[in-house]
Design a protein around this ligand. Structure first.
Ligand SMILES: Nc1ncnc2c1ncn2[C@@H]1O[C@H](COP(=O)(O)OP(=O)(O)OP(=O)(O)O)[C@@H](O)[C@H]1O
Length: 607
């Protein structure tokens, strides 16, 4: 497990001195020392520097400071000699030892072996999931990892991770990406999307031999792949996973995110970076300091892509993708992944993609039926005592402690602190994660929760997406979100990788607008819907409420590629599915979309 940056600071001196003696600059790692400037290999790459359109790198003198450092280096790259593409043995061929990312997993692996943690994934739960693909010449799915030539080292890591066979999204997405195609993929929470975008990237870099490193003397790094995610914790998690997948492949993965000392991250990057995992804010900072150039990017992955392209992030992402030296679409491979993909976001996302394949595993925006969903009518003033009842019942059932973590979502940061305080006063050890806490506190809270030391985590939406925390048995929506897709992500912190989970929501009049989408979502997942919720849904419909965007819609399997809707390139009109299953009233006003992000006192911890 990754330690917090505070730990890193504490360890920095010792590790720095330990590594100093054995440090080999990246550009010298796998070949005899030479004075030749480095030249990247483009042998099988989809992009050649010469083919890059002019102008996008801002390559004029006095141009954008974003690319100032890299423009100079472009010339150096292009003018150098060859011999740089023969790095196959990875870290161990150099003098620097690669830290074994599985080392801390030894105990966990033992336990996993016993309870068959990963190999015991309940694949039957996924077998009858409907799958939709659209686009030109969609590569055929595979049934086993062995059917795809991912490379020996990566295959070995897949075995180390105890992934016996690919999940449905992996079966479809990996062959598509390995074939070099752009992809917009939507698959349920906890269904293995991280590996679905990491494997093709790692394998592609290994096969291409494109181990570009920065030219000697340059302080600018030139990653080949960029993985962006909306939160610091998710970036850390993707980095941890990717490091496992990339172990001994020669592919080096580095993470950069806000709230942590940038110098440590810069130092890591200076040691070489093939895959950069980052939050957008920190990446912009690195670009502005000219410490990273995106001109060698051949793989771009956006995790939680719909969040990355919503109102809060879209300008930053556009800046990163369209106004830096990153190769244009078609010249790089772009992969977008999420469990939810509203149609209007699909439309925005298509700006970043070229001749892409759309993949939906399950209905777009649906929740998995591995999660038992309960909704209870609780007035605001009763919420605390109701929560207490639930927690007491859990404790009485012995369902508390290390094997059963409870994640409680609230609306505001202040609300999170106050609920945590109250829980602790009532002898329920709790901690919080939200945007007003320092990054060190956030990481400590997450560690304490994961370890079971503090089995209740009170969180704002900063913990809603992507976090893969084993043993979260219960997600409680103490305050429901305004948006049904946020609900889908929140409850998706349980019921992951084939395991079952429980989600309880406290509903009252203040959540009326969510009644209808919630009811539909629950019906679709074969959940028991209380009569009173149906009445709320009907009332909200007649009263003009229930206006809540849906990711898909449709009676049986309505999640689909927006391109299939004949109206997709018509200007104006509703951007929202109405759904064959009686989705009338879902066409929310554009102003409402994303309106719950970043509002005063609401969610502000997005990085
Ligand atoms: N083929 C596999 N076999 C067994 N376990 C797997 C496999 N693929 C992924 N997993 C495990 O499943 C869990 C969920 O994976 P992951 O976090 O990638 O889900 P996700 O689809 O990205 O979820 P979210 O939508 O919440 O971000 C992880 O613990 C991961 O290690």
């Amino acid at each position: 497990m990754r330690s917090s940056w505070a730990d890193s600071v504490a360890n920095a001196e010792s590790s720095a001195s330990a590594s100093r003696s054995s440090y080999v600059p990246p550009h010298l790692r796998n070949r005899p020392p030479s004075s030749d400037p480095p030249v990247p290999s483009h042998s099988s790459a989809p992009i050649a520097p010469a083919a890059r359109p002019s102008g996008y790198s801002g390559g004029t003198s006095g141009g954008s400071r974003w690319s100032a450092g890299s423009v100079r280096d472009t010339g150096r790259f292009n003018s150098g000699g060859g011999g740089w593409n023969s790095r196959t043995g990875g870290w161990n061929r150099g003098r620097e030892r690669e830290v074994n990312p599985f080392a801390n997993d030894d105990d966990k692996n033992e336990a996993a072996l016993n309870d068959q943690e990963n190999s015991g994934i309940n694949f039957d739960a996924y077998e009858d999931i409907p799958i939709e693909t659209s686009g030109d010449n969609v590569p055929a799915p595979v049934n086993t990892f062995a059917e795809i030539d991912l490379g020996d080292a990566l295959n070995q890591n897949i075995r180390r991770c105890k992934y016996v066979k690919p999940t449905p999204v992996q079966r479809h997405a990996i062959p598509i990406s390995v074939a070099g195609r752009d992809l917009m993929a939507c698959a349920q929470t906890g269904s293995g999307k991280t590996a679905a975008f990491c494997f093709p990237i790692i394998s592609g870099i290994m096969k291409g031999g494109h181990f570009v490193q920065k030219p000697p003397g340059s302080r600018t790094s030139f990653p080949l792949a960029l993985i962006l995610s909306p939160t610091r914790e998710l970036s850390v998690q993707i980095h941890e996973e990717a490091r496992k997948f990339a172990f001994q492949t020669g592919v080096r993965v580095v993470v950069a995110y806000g709230g942590a000392p940038i110098n440590l991250q810069l130092r890591e990057m200076e040691r070489g970076v093939d895959i950069l995992v980052a939050t957008p804010g920190r990446l912009v900072d690195l670009l502005e300091r000219a410490r990273v150039s995106l001109q060698m990017i051949r793989y771009l992955a956006l995790d939680e892509a719909d969040r990355m392209l919503d109102m809060g992030f879209e300008p930053q992402i556009r800046k990163i993708v369209e106004q830096t030296d990153m190769p244009q679409r078609g010249m790089r491979q772009t992969m977008l992944f999420s469990a939810t993909f509203p149609r209007e976001i699909q439309r925005l996302a298509s700006d970043f993609l070229s001749n892409y394949i759309f993949l939906a595993v399950g209905r777009v925006g649906s929740s998995t039926d591995l999660i038992v969903q309960r909704v209870e009518y609780v007035s605001d003033s009763d919420k605390r005592s109701h929560l207490m009842d639930l927690l007491h019942a859990q404790r009485a059932n012995g369902a508390h402690g290390k094997q059963a973590l409870t994640l409680v979502f609230v609306e505001t940061k202040r609300g999170a602190d106050s609920l945590e305080h109250w829980l602790c006063l009532n002898s329920f050890p709790a901690t919080t994660i939200h945007g007003d806490r320092t990054q060190q506190e956030r990481e400590m809270a997450l560690r304490s929760f994961k370890s079971g030391a503090t089995p209740i985590l009170v969180a704002t939406d900063v913990a809603a997406r992507g976090l893969d925390i084993p043993h979260v048995a219960h997600v409680i929506n103490f305050d429901l979100p305004n948006d049904i897709d946020d609900y889908v992500h929140r409850i998706g912190r349980t019921g992951r990788a084939g395991k079952t989970g429980l989600a309880t929501a406290f509903f009252n009049e203040n959540n009326s607008s969510l009644a209808r989408p919630l009811l539909e979502l629950m019906q679709e997942a074969n959940q028991e819907v209380p009569d009173w919720l149906s009445r709320f849904a009907v009332r909200s419909l007649h009263g003009g409420g229930g206006r809540n965007r849906r990711s898909g819609g449709g009676a049986r399997f309505g999640g689909r590629d927006f391109r299939r809707d004949g109206s997709h390139n018509r200007g104006g009109g509703s951007d929202y599915y109405t759904g064959a299953g009686g989705g009338a009233g879902y066409g929310t006003a554009p102003a409402a979309y994303g309106g719950n992000y970043g509002g005063a006192g609401v969610v502000s911890a997005w990085d």
